[in-house]
Design a protein around this ligand. Structure first.
Ligand code: PMP
Length: 420
């Protein structure tokens, strides 16, 4: 049969649509440019920024390698040992040959960390949230999710994908949560979904109040401790451990890619819940499992941080020192209850310019945080201190930010608060 030539120029038709979106992002000043970093082992938080004009030595102030564990000698040695023993790949999904001795031991270690029966490791924290919510949506008939307004994209997408009802309560507002819970029948399935430490503004959830409400209104609790595991509590299990609330929380999700310095994520809960995730979550079942080498690295990191509380103490000390020093200069840093130090800029173009100036003139790397990571008009420079930042680096940081604020005429003492 005769093939008719399409009257539309095919690639242009589609490419123009992609280009249009990119142009819009550029016009709004939030086009993302990735750096090419050489994070030389043993040098963190110093690193090299590879640019077309040469190597730039920089100090990293925006890394989620919160405790520098990615370069911890015990962790890197465990990784080398594992690769010598087993090679690189898992070789399959968890069910089809992809469960290694390291996965099994890591899950035992994580369950112990969270004082739960069980844990299940995934390829990322994002997938751990998606998979867990997928299962809750499938297993709990007509479940309603009660979701904090500032929840992470992985939680929002995970709930959305279930197509179940979702009620959004005001950020960290247990009174608003109670209003929402009151609307639901006591017999109805419900899950309160929230985080412990919110990564962008550094706020911390009122976990005890949420637990009280969960008990009063017959709800399950799911806490994302992604920005807390490794860093809070006696053994690094997160804010729930710090507050002595581990046994009162039903489901914990975490990452192995931030404070633990590797990559991957997990869910930990009682054996029935974890078994249900293991048995029903599509994005867990149908995906090649985490490399056993990474699992070995994670295992060492979790064990190491369990028995090194002094790293957590130093981390908190560095964070509070930076907050105090920025405050003394009138720089609008939110006095958050956590280790995260957001400096308010409130404009995407100025935020980008401030970040570029810090990098180009002071060799300080802090990526600007724009929409959709934060709401429009709440653009920030998000500083993440580590125990490895020295007092000299801290002074350099604070003085450089002060100079950039002055040269860009940025407002000091802004009205930015946690409630915004
Ligand atoms: N939850 C929260 C609150 C996060 O901030 C992130 C990552 N930024 C994730 C989950 C996803 O974790 P991962 O990076 O391990 O995919």
């Amino acid at each position: 049969s005769e093939t008719k030539k399409c009257p539309i120029e095919h690639s242009q038709f589609y490419n123009n649509q992609f280009k249009g979106v990119i142009q819009q992002i550029k016009d709004e000043g939030r086009y993302r440019e990735f750096k090419s970093l050489l994070r030389t082992n043993g040098e963190f938080p110093r690193a090299i920024n590879k640019t077309p004009t040469g190597d730039q030595p920089i100090t990293l102030w925006c890394s989620n390698d919160y405790l520098g564990m990615s370069q911890n000698p015990m962790v890197t040695q465990a990784t080398k040992n594992a690769i010598d023993l087993t090679g690189i790949g898992a070789g399959g999904t968890r069910n089809i040959g992809g469960t290694s001795i390291y996965h099994v031991e890591l899950e035992r270690e994580l369950a112990d960390l969270h004082r739960k029966d069980s844990a299940l490791v995934m390829n990322s924290g994002y997938v751990a949230n998606m998979a867990t919510l997928d299962t809750l949506g499938k297993v709990l008939k007509d479940v309603t999710f009660l979701s904090d307004a500032k929840n992470h994209a992985s939680l929002i997408e995970g709930m959305r994908a279930t197509k179940r009802d979702r009620l959004i309560f005001k950020h960290n507002d247990y009174q608003d949560l109670e209003q929402k819970l009151k609307q639901l029948d006591i017999q109805q399935n419900k899950v309160i979904v929230f985080e412990s430490v919110y990564s962008m503004n550094g706020t911390v959830a009122p976990i005890q109040q949420f637990i009280n409400l969960a008990k009063k209104y017959n709800a399950l609790t799911l806490i994302d401790e992604v920005h807390a595991v490794g860093m809070y509590g006696e053994r690094g299990a997160g804010v729930t451990e710090k507050l002595g609330l581990q046994k009162d929380i039903d489901i914990v999700t975490g990452t192995l890619g931030k404070a633990f310095g590797c990559s991957g994520g997990y869910v930990s809960a009682n054996s029935e819940i974890v078994d249900a995730v293991r048995s029903t979550a599509s994005n867990f079942i149908f995906s090649t499992s985490m490399s056993p080498i990474i699992a070995a690295a994670c295992l060492e990191s979790v064990k190491y941080l369990k028995s090194h509380p002094e790293i957590r103490e130093r981390h908190q000390y560095v964070a509070s020192l930076i907050k105090a020093k920025l405050k003394s200069k009138g720089i609008p840093a939110l006095n958050s209850a956590s280790h995260i130090v957001p400096v308010f800029i409130g404009d995407p173009l100025l935020c980008k310019e401030a970040s570029e100036k810090l990098l180009n003139e002071y060799n300080i790397y802090i990526q600007p945080i724009n929409y959709p990571t934060v709401p429009r008009g709440q653009e920030i420079l998000r500083i993440s201190p580590t125990p490895l930042h020295t007092e000299e680096m801290i002074d350099e940081l604070v003085n450089s930010i002060e100079c950039v604020f002055k040269s860009l005429n940025l407002k000091l003492e802004s009205q930015y608060t946690a409630e915004q």
